[in-house]
Design a protein around this ligand. Structure first.
Ligand SMILES: [Zn+2]
Length: 464
């Protein structure tokens, strides 16, 4: 287990979080009490720092000297940590590098060479450490990672997430077909055995999966033999661990799946036919699904990771999020680094809004997503996708403290005064209401606004 210092904490000030897809709640003068396990044990309204320490802490049996206090300054707010439901840690050095490629040539040109090179442990350590630090600095408290086929470097990613304090799902990438000789599992049997080895490692370092959980990761149907997919489906049934994979990202890929799996009605049916479409399955992209496929995913309670930044960058298409929401699917956001060029879920939030406007321009005006909806996808929606909605994604009694403190810049009233005190890309003049402040953060904010980040009560990032 991590040796991080565990302490009782109280957080005081303004809080913003999603109640539902449509409702974003803004609360002021709130005090949230978090015990040494990182669990919210009390929430008090109309409470300032002094009351929190003098009145409430003693009621909880807390000694004031043991409690750390963080007060959000006026205008600052606590927000749930972001949840990245789809990210490839080994592709992090390639962010922004995709040229004019689309999915299948992008994999061969940029992705497979980089991923295979991370069988070097020293290189993997450098890349993974930076990827975790960078995503934490953008407020990502939970990430569902694809690693590589290498067992030691996948285990290293688990170790680093635990040490640096990021909640993570770690998936050794399984691929025994249609990948270059230099980067492919030898057989379905070795792929499954190696996957089990990474599960055994996590069982040793985090036996209760308090922070780190294995995730079964067939890369995508074209890179897996039927034997491998059947084996991984059986492994899911046996272990109960979640599954992640890609689906219907690009039109040529959908065509390829049709050719490779002629006995199946659709791409979705391929996963379903191998025991891989379950309530714990995260399907990334879902750009070109038919309504019948969406219905099948709904029937199996499968989850969707919407990756708008990636879908635009490598020209995959515009996912029909409103249609999938209307059919009742649970949807979260993914950066899909490095198909997506940004490690930031706030950027994914923004891109989800813009892509929904492109869908609207294609003729369906109802498809536009509101600020409330895109922020929901990045937090509470993501929590549902990774099966942790009872613990993270919003604030509530009994939930765990995965949070970020957001600060926006205040423009001085006197323009002759020297500069602005905070380094912030968002300018607040003081007349904006909270709805407007949050909109300005969503469209102009970045990691400079993420002042501090906590996972399970532990401070894991602070902006200096
Ligand atoms: Zn991906």
């Amino acid at each position: 287990m991590s040796s991080a210092h565990k302490q009782k904490s109280v957080f005081v000030g303004s809080f913003v979080h999603s109640k539902s897809l449509e409702v974003l709640e803004v609360l002021h003068d709130l005090a949230v009490f978090v015990d040494e396990k990182g669990v919210i044990v009390a929430i008090e309204e109309h409470c300032d720092k002094q009351q929190a320490l003098q009145v409430i802490a003693p009621k909880l049996g807390w000694t004031i000297g043991d409690v750390s206090v963080r007060v959000a300054a006026p205008g600052q707010f606590f927000f749930p940590g972001f949840i990245d439901t789809h990210i490839h840690a080994p592709q992090y050095p390639n962010v922004g590098i995709f040229g004019k490629t689309t999915l299948l040539d992008w994999l061969n040109t940029y992705t497979f060479p980089m991923e295979s090179s991370l069988s070097s442990i020293s290189k993997a350590k450098r890349v993974y450490t930076r990827c975790i630090q960078r995503t934490l600095s953008h407020g990502t408290t939970t990430a569902s990672y694809y690693a590589t086929i290498s067992v030691p470097s996948t285990n290293l990613l688990s170790d680093l997430c635990l040490t640096l304090g990021q909640r993570a799902f770690i998936g050794r990438c399984c691929m025994d077909s249609l990948a270059p000789d230099y980067y492919r599992d030898e057989s379905a049997a070795t792929s499954i055995a190696d996957t089990k080895a990474t599960m055994d490692h996590i069982a040793k370092i985090d036996p209760t999966n308090a922070l780190i959980t294995p995730i079964i990761t067939p890369r995508f149907a074209p890179a897996c033999t039927r034997e491998l997919m059947h084996g991984l489906g059986a492994l899911q049934k046996e272990t109960g661990f979640p599954v992640q994979t890609h689906i219907s990202e690009n039109k040529n890929e959908v065509k390829l799946v049709k050719e490779m799996f002629p006995g199946f009605e659709s791409y979705t049916h391929v996963y379903d036919g191998h025991g891989l479409l379950t309530p714990k399955t995260i399907l990334a992209h879902a750009v070109h699904l038919t309504e019948a496929e969406v219905d099948l995913i709904k029937a199996r309670e499968g989850k969707i990771s919407h990756c708008p930044c990636s879908n635009s960058a490598i020209t995959s298409g515009t996912a029909k999020v409103r249609m999938m929401l209307n059919k009742g699917l649970d949807i979260g956001l993914g950066t899909d680094v490095s198909g997506g060029y940004s490690p930031s879920i706030l950027e994914a939030v923004r891109q989800a809004s813009l892509v929904s406007r492109h869908v609207a321009m294609e003729g369906d005006d109802d498809s536009k997503l509101s600020i409330e909806e895109v922020l929901y996808l990045g937090t509470k929606g993501g929590a549902k996708v990774v099966g942790l909605e009872d613990k993270i994604g919003s604030f509530g009694l009994g939930m765990e403290w995965d949070a970020q403190l957001i600060g926006l810049g205040n423009v001085p009233v006197d323009v002759d005064q020297d500069g602005i005190e905070e380094e912030s890309p968002v300018d607040i003049f003081g007349w904006e209401n909270w709805e407007e402040r949050i909109a300005k953060w969503v469209f102009n904010g970045d990691d400079r606004n993420t002042l501090a980040v906590w996972v399970k009560g532990r401070l894991v990032h602070e902006r200096k």
